[in-house]
Write a protein that binds this ligand. Structure first.
Ligand code: SF4
Ligand code: SF4
Length: 100
């Protein structure tokens, strides 16, 4: 995976308009007590926040690594945010940038 992964993360997360149409279909959100942090919308906004530097990678870990990449959210998304693809790159970003 080359450095372009950040551009892909930006392209995907910038497309999110936070409408929430994706939230109710997400099995991860349902499995985690319907908590917003585990929703596709949150994942998009967290990725944007990580890139802009106001979300710490440690705060993002649980949300990003609990997406099962089923792409159910993509079917509902009016702007075509592919959260499943985005989180795969976000995992790479976290692995490279997290400070333990
Ligand atoms: S791809 Fe991830 S965020 Fe989207 S519905 Fe599936 S588990 Fe939820
Ligand atoms: S449906 Fe798409 S644009 Fe709307 S909150 Fe979900 S990821 Fe963002």
């Amino acid at each position: 995976m080359n450095g372009d992964y950040k551009n892909i993360m930006k392209e995907m997360s910038d497309k999110c308009i936070a409408c929430g149409f994706c939230v109710y279909v997400c099995p991860s959100w349902n499995a985690h007590g319907q908590v917003e942090y585990f929703s596709p919308r949150a994942r998009s906004l967290i990725v944007r926040g990580m890139l802009e530097g106001h979300v710490d990678t440690k705060e993002a870990v649980e949300s990003i690594f609990t997406c099962n990449t089923c792409k159910r959210c993509l079917l509902e998304c009016p702007t075509g945010v592919d959260v499943a693809e985005m989180v795969i790159y976000a995992r790479e970003f976290i692995n490279k940038n997290i400070k333990i």
